[in-house]
Design a protein. Structure first.
Lengths: 277, 319
């Protein structure tokens, strides 16, 4: 968490994923050549419906795939100029790339503070620095400070999401892979969490790759977006441009598509067109 | 009527008729209970952090005790043999992680369980090759464990407490207290608990599985050595010691596989209850020797009513 200036999307990517293919259990082909880049200091959104491959993409980057019998069979992943697809998750966290998993995954029987402290597992810079960062996390998430002694399993969904993000912050990351932070949360809380993500991005210089189904919110906070469908990137562009795009409007934002006769027909037609393109 | 009387009334009349003898029985029960608790702790730690039911815990007790005695026989001073045995247990932990656990990561639980049976068989054979199969005597005096006994005369009666039993209890308390502090206060302890809660999440925050596994297997080795010394001092060191690990099974059913506290309380409860049952019910009514099965029947009863064990980790469910 260095206090670098939030340079407006510099050219150097912190992460680039090049044409990766992921196979689960040696037979199920989930990603069919996905490429994306995240600029240092940027927030990039990865959008798509259920089962499109968002989580798989993030897990391929953070190397948690192996634990689910998935593997990257083609392509490569470059983090800060080095190939990382063969590193252990532990080594990757040490280098500054950490994933916040979908569904929070807090350690239910540990207190909120113990949860946060587990995030510092890979750090070697001493207890004082870790304590300082704990205070910093509490500054961003004052609610967690109040609930620091409660068992995480008994805290609310929003608090668990905050705990999960705070825990990732404790590893002093340069980049956070954030998987569906909005899942199961009230719109107001979603807004609150995205505001904090934006603040972290601006003040701490943490880059984010954000997998979301909530296209509307994600495109408001991200600078750039990719749309994933059935394991392929079908569209990408500046968040603003994506918000204006007719297809996106129709399929993901639920607006636009004027003059159509039947929603089903239009969807079918447009999808076909996209597949054939 | 007579029958009910001999089950429900007479044992309690006996207890209160001779309180000094009752105290003696309770103490004996407590000592074996402490040992059961120690062995069960070894199981719990490994299960919590890797979901492996470690069948090899019993043989690790034997192996640790044999290594200690064997080193002493080779001329290593007793007090040096203890740390050396710990080194051996550490090497064993590293070897198990490298050779057995790492290649089997992500396999179904039953496969890992089978692998620990493999470890057991290997250690039996390996131990026999190195140390021979004959019984050995634990080097109690050389380790400065006192062997006399304290005698009290409470209630006008007579209670005798063997000093080595007392040492065992005190040693076990210190070990367990140390373990609890380690689990709750240290970074590694926190990581072990985190791993027990959510494997995936632990991986995602960069907790290194191999480090933690080596650590818990090493701790299990330390516990095995402590158990081996204590049990060896009472019953000698032989491969037959392995079966005491099975005594830990009812303890685990009672206490729950995931609870450190459950292992301790379960161990003590079973130790004391089986002694009481043996003396006051078993010997007069059933011809004695009930200690071999009492714990299992008791655990079975508990399972009928509380399948997660008495202290199994409370499953946190949010609605």
């Amino acid at each position: 968490m260095n206090n670098a200036d939030p340079a407006p999307a510099p050219a150097t990517p912190i992460l680039s994923v090049n044409n990766i293919e992921v196979i689960y259990d040696h037979v199920i082909l989930v990603l069919k050549g996905v490429s994306l880049t995240v600029p240092a200091g940027g927030i990039t959104a990865l959008l798509g419906a259920n089962g499109a491959g968002k989580t798989t993409t993030l897990k391929a980057i953070s190397n948690l795939l192996h634990a689910e019998r998935g593997e990257v069979t083609k392509g490569n992943i470059i983090f800060e100029g080095n190939e990382v697809q063969s590193l252990s998750p532990n080594e990757l966290v040490r280098r500054g790339c950490i994933q916040v998993m979908e569904g929070r995954h807090c350690f239910g029987h540990l207190s909120v503070e113990d949860n946060l402290m587990t995030g510092a597992f890979t750090r070697r810079d001493g207890n004082a620095a870790i304590r300082d960062d704990l205070e910093l996390v509490y500054q961003y998430f004052p609610r967690l400070k109040i609930r620091r002694a409660s068992q995480a399993g008994y805290t609310s969904g929003g608090e668990q999401q905050m705990t999960a993000i705070g825990r990732a912050l404790m590893s002093k990351p340069k980049m956070i892979l954030l998987d569906e932070p909005s899942m199961g949360l009230a719109p107001q809380l979603v807004e609150e969490i995205f505001e904090i993500v934006k603040k972290l991005n601006e003040e701490q210089g943490v880059s984010f790759l954000l997998a979301e189904q909530n296209t509307n919110v994600a495109l408001r906070f991200a600078k750039y977006g990719y749309i994933l469908e059935s394991g392929r990137i079908v569209l990408d562009g500046e968040a603003k441009a994506l918000r204006e795009n007719e297809d996106v409007k129709e399929f993901y934002l639920g607006v636009g598509g004027e003059g159509r006769k039947s929603f089903k027909d239009v969807k079918h037609y447009k999808r076909r067109k996209r597949w054939l393109a | 009527m007579d029958f009910l009387n001999s089950i429900l009334v007479k044992p309690f009349a006996d207890m209160f008729g001779a309180p000094d003898f009752l105290l003696q029985v309770l103490w004996e029960g407590l000592v074996s209970g402490v040992l059961y608790a120690l062995i069960a702790l070894g199981f719990v730690l490994i299960y919590k952090s890797s979901r492996i039911f470690n069948f090899a815990q019993g043989i690790m007790v034997v192996f640790a005790a044999l290594t200690l005695v064997g080193l002493h026989e080779k001329g290593v001073p007793a007090l040096l043999a203890v740390p050396l045995t710990l080194v051996v247990m550490f090497i064993l932990a590293v070897a198990i992680e490298r050779v057995v656990l790492r290649p089997l990561v992500n396999q179904p639980d039953i496969i890992l369980f089978m692998a620990t049976i493999g470890i057991t068989l290997f250690l039996v054979g390996f131990g026999e090759i190195i140390f021979g199969g004959e019984n050995k005597v634990m080097i109690t005096e050389q380790l400065y464990i006192p062997t006399g006994s304290f005698e009290f005369e409470p209630f006008g009666g007579f209670v005798s407490i063997e000093q080595k039993d007392l040492t065992a209890v005190v040693g076990a308390i210190v070990l367990v207290a140390g373990l609890l502090v380690f689990l709750n206060k240290s970074k590694m302890g926190r990581a072990i608990r985190a791993l027990g809660d959510d494997h995936q999440a632990a991986l995602s925050v960069g907790i290194s599985l191999s480090t933690i596994w080596v650590l818990v297997w090493f701790i299990a080795g330390v516990i095995a050595l402590a158990t081996g010394i204590v049990w060896g001092a009472r019953a000698g060191v032989s491969f037959a010691l392995e079966v005491i690990a099975f005594k830990a099974l009812p303890v685990l059913m009672l206490g729950g596989l995931e609870s450190v506290l459950g292992a301790i309380i379960g161990g003590l409860a079973i130790g004391i209850l089986e002694k009481l049952f043996e003396i006051y019910w078993g010997q007069p009514l059933l011809g004695g020797n009930t200690e071999t099965w009492f714990a299992f029947v008791f655990a079975l009863m508990v399972l009928l009513f509380r399948p997660q064990g008495l202290f199994g980790e409370k499953i946190i469910e949010r609605v």
